[in-house]
Design a protein around this ligand. Structure first.
Ligand code: 15L
Length: 275
C-alpha cells in the first residue's frame, strides 16, 4: 500500500480493535500516535505512545498537537454503570473533541456501535437515517458521540465519520454476528474513507462486512467507495456451532443488540417488537 504523509492518533490503542488496527494503520500512514490508559511498549518504528485520560483536557490538548486525523476507539467499550459510561464516553469524548478542534485536527473517525440502534427488531432492515434506538447506557453514549460529530462537522468544519461497528473478530461468533460481523481489513477500509475521502463532511456508516443476513442498508458507505472483501457466510458452520452452545435468549434474540437488549429488560416486548 502506498504510504501517505499523515499523522494519525489512535485512542484506545491497547484494546482488541486497536491492536488489530495498528499494522494496517502503519501500512498506510507515516506517523501513528497511540494513546491509552494502559501503556504500550512494543512500538514499531513510526509509532509513538502518549498515555492520556480522555477527560484530562491538558493531556488531550497535548496529544492532539500536529495530528491530521483521530481514530477514536477509546472509552468504555461495553455496558457499564452510568458514572462510568458518562465519564469515559460522554465527558471523555467531549473533551477529546474540543481539544481536537482547538488543535486544528481536520478529521475524526468515531468507533460508534450497533448498540446505538440495538433495540430494533431483527426483522427490520434499517438505514442510517432510522432514528437511534439505544439498547443500553453504552449504546446511548454512542448515539451522543454521533451527535457530537454532527455538531463539530457542521459548526466547526471538522470532517467526521461514525462507524456503527457490528462485531470485530476473526470469524462471526454466533447467529447475530452473522448479520453484523466485520473483518478488521474491511473496518480499515472504512477508516481510510474517514481519514482520506475528499468529500466527507459528516457521515454515519454501518461497520459490517459483506453479510448476506445484514440488518442494515449500508448505502452511504457504498457511495463513499466501501467495497467489503470478507463474507460472514463463509463462516456459517463456525457461527452456528457456537450458537448452539450459547443457547437461546428469549428477549435478546428478538433484537439487533442481543444480550445488550435483554440485560435489565422489563419493557413490553409485544408493543416494541414490530415498531
Ligand atoms: C460492541 O459495541 C462492543 O464493543 C463489543 O465488545 C461487542 O459486544 C459488540 O458490540 C457486539 O455487539 O458484538
Amino acid at each position: 500500500m502506498t504510504e501517505i504523509n499523515k499523522t494519525v492518533l489512535l485512542t484506545g490503542a491497547a484494546g482488541d480493535i486497536g491492536t488489530r488496527l495498528r499494522p494496517l494503520l502503519l501500512s498506510r500512514y507515516s506517523r501513528i500516535i497511540l494513546s491509552d490508559l494502559q501503556e504500550i511498549t512494543d512500538l514499531a518504528d513510526r509509532e509513538s505512545f502518549q498515555k492520556g485520560d480522555l477527560v484530562d483536557k491538558n493531556a488531550m490538548d497535548d496529544i492532539c498537537k500536529g495530528v491530521d486525523a483521530i481514530v477514536h476507539l477509546g472509552g468504555q467499550s461495553v455496558e457499564g454503570d452510568w458514572d462510568t459510561v458518562n465519564h469515559c464516553n460522554i465527558q471523555g469524548m467531549f473533551t477529546l473533541m474540543e481539544a481536537a478542534h482547538q488543535a486544528g485536527v481536520e478529521r475524526l473517525v468515531f468507533a460508534s456501535s450497533n448498540h446505538a440502534i440495538g433495540m430494533y427488531s431483527r426483522n427490520r432492515r434499517i438505514c442510517v437515517d432510522s432514528k437511534v434506538r439505544p439498547d443500553s447506557r453504552y449504546g446511548l453514549s454512542k448515539a451522543f458521540g454521533e451527535a457530537l460529530c454532527s455538531l463539530y462537522a457542521d459548526k466547526h468544519g471538522m470532517r467526521c465519520l461514525s462507524i456503527r461497528i457490528g462485531n470485530v473478530a476473526d470469524k462471526p461468533l454466533d447467529l447475530r454476528r452473522l448479520s453484523m460481523w466485520i473483518h478488521i481489513e474491511d473496518l480499515f477500509q472504512l477508516i481510510q474513507i474517514g481519514v482520506e475521502h475528499p468529500d466527507l463532511h459528516n457521515e454515519i456508516v454501518f461497520g459490517c462486512s459483506q453479510n448476506d443476513r445484514s440488518f442494515w442498508d449500508n448505502g452511504p458507505a457504498f457511495r463513499l467507495g466501501y467495497r467489503p472483501k470478507h463474507k460472514a457466510e463463509d463462516h456459517v458452520v463456525h457461527a452456528m456451532t457456537n450458537q448452539k452452545e450459547t443457547g437461546p435468549d428469549a428477549i435478546g434474540d428478538n433484537f439487533q443488540g442481543g444480550t445488550f437488549s435483554s440485560a435489565e429488560f422489563d419493557g413490553d416486548l409485544e408493543r416494541i417488537r414490530w415498531s
